[in-house]
Design a binder for this molecule. Structure first.
Ligand code: OGA
Ligand code: NI
Length: 382
């Protein structure tokens, strides 16, 4: 199996670079013109019926007014059937039109969310030597890291992160979690429990919306005690030239579903909508949920994972906690039989998540290239 023992170049901590007070960023963080934040999708041809002026107008209005939908979880579990149905319909639309939504009334304590974010901020604000004790390698990615992928000479993103395994319990190793701040390990465990529970409830409602048994997706992921969950805490330092780089390059999340706790004040996440990047506006105490590639496969592309990226700014650091809720890594993932018909044959061949994630671990972020390559492969075979 392909694997890599070490990073191809000496690791540079972006936070240390930012704190060194430089006024221009090193060339390895400078994105090609077409990938910079101000760029929309110039490679996508404009609608022939649209004049340039109309196109520009659409562009501006979309950016000013659009935001991802807000879903009320209490509504989805309401005892009142019409309330519940209305909520489910709203969520189905969010899943197919955006692949992203905010969730409120989600049952996770707001205090716990706040303390998890603040303790992680404290972790990143410790001296470099302390963080370096947790330096990660591309074999497991566990620990303190500053890049995704091992391609020599790759353009890098303006962020550092901490990656750890939470579920299943057999892969959880608290010794690899930060020992300081002292309450962090305890808070990670509590936070993980709440967020994984929330993930289960959301999978339940997505299954119902797909016309499947309510426990279909959870079972396909290995069941409550065997699902995979890992946490990536992203730290996006302020950047002297934010127009030249990205905090995180365009990608879809490779796993099942992501439960993101964004920064409470600083925005930065952008979601692709057609040929626009829409900046997500913060909703207090909400989580952001997005569909990953494995739900795209299981739903036979009824729901698609959606590309997103992160922009940075020159005034404020940004912290986010992404909990990746994944299938157990050795289970074969394939389109649900119920969603495969003569008219709509299986778009993807079976693959374990272990095999699937190897790609991103070697190549880093690459838009939706990976899940799309599966489609073309299987349609060639079929
Ligand atoms: C991710 C991600 C978004 C953010 O970690 O996969 O997309 O806002 N994060 O940090
Ligand atoms: Ni992501």
């Amino acid at each position: 199996m392909l694997s890599c023992q070490a990073w191809p170049e000496p690791v540079v901590r972006v936070q240390a670079l930012a704190e060194s007070g430089l006024s221009s960023i090193p060339s390895r963080y400078i994105k090609p013109l077409s990938q910079r934040p101000s760029n929309t999708f110039s490679s996508t041809p404009h609608q022939p019926s649209q004049t340039h002026h109309e196109h520009l107008h659409d562009h501006i209005s979309a950016h000013q007014h659009a935001n991802i939908p807000v879903i009320d979880l209490e509504q989805l579990f309401s005892k009142n059937e019409s309330v519940r149905k209305e909520g489910l319909k709203k969520m189905a639309e969010a899943c197919s039109e955006w692949g992203f939504f905010h969730v409120v009334n989600h049952g996770v304590s707001h205090e716990l969310m706040k303390s998890a974010r603040e303790l992680w901020r404290e972790f990143f604000n410790q001296p470099l030597e302390v963080k370096e004790e947790y330096a990660n390698s591309p074999t497991t990615y566990e620990g303190y890291g500053s890049r995704l992928g091992v391609q020599k000479g790759a353009t890098l993103d303006w962020s550092d992160y901490f990656f750890l395994h939470y579920m299943p319990p057999s892969v959880r190793n608290q010794a690899k979690w930060p020992a300081f701040p002292t309450s962090l390990r305890k808070v990670i465990a509590e936070y993980g429990e709440g967020v994984v529970k929330l993930g289960g409830r959301i999978l339940h409602t997505i299954s119902v919306n797909l016309g499947l048994k309510e426990d279909f997706l959870l079972n396909a992921f290995g069941g409550e005690s065997e699902v995979g969950a890992c946490l990536r805490v992203n730290f996006y330092p302020k950047c002297p030239q934010p127009d030249l780089t990205l905090g995180l390059s365009p990608h879809s999340d490779p796993g099942g579903m992501t439960i993101l706790l964004p920064d409470d004040f600083v925005s930065g996440l952008q979601v692709r909508k057609g040929d626009e990047w829409i900046t997500v506006k913060p909703v207090p105490n909400a989580f952001i949920i997005n569909i990953g590639d494995q739900i795209q496969v299981l739903s036979n592309a009824t729901y698609k994972s959606v590309e997103h990226r992160v922009i940075v700014n020159s005034n404020q650091d940004r912290v986010s906690l992404a909990m990746f809720y994944n299938p157990r890594s050795d289970l074969l993932i394939q389109p649900a039989k119920e969603l495969v018909t003569k008219e709509r044959p299986a778009l993807y061949s079976p693959m374990t998540y272990d095999e699937y994630r190897l790609f991103i671990r070697l190549n880093g972020t690459c838009g939706k290239a990976q899940v799309e390559s599966l489609t073309s492969k299987s349609s060639l075979q079929g």
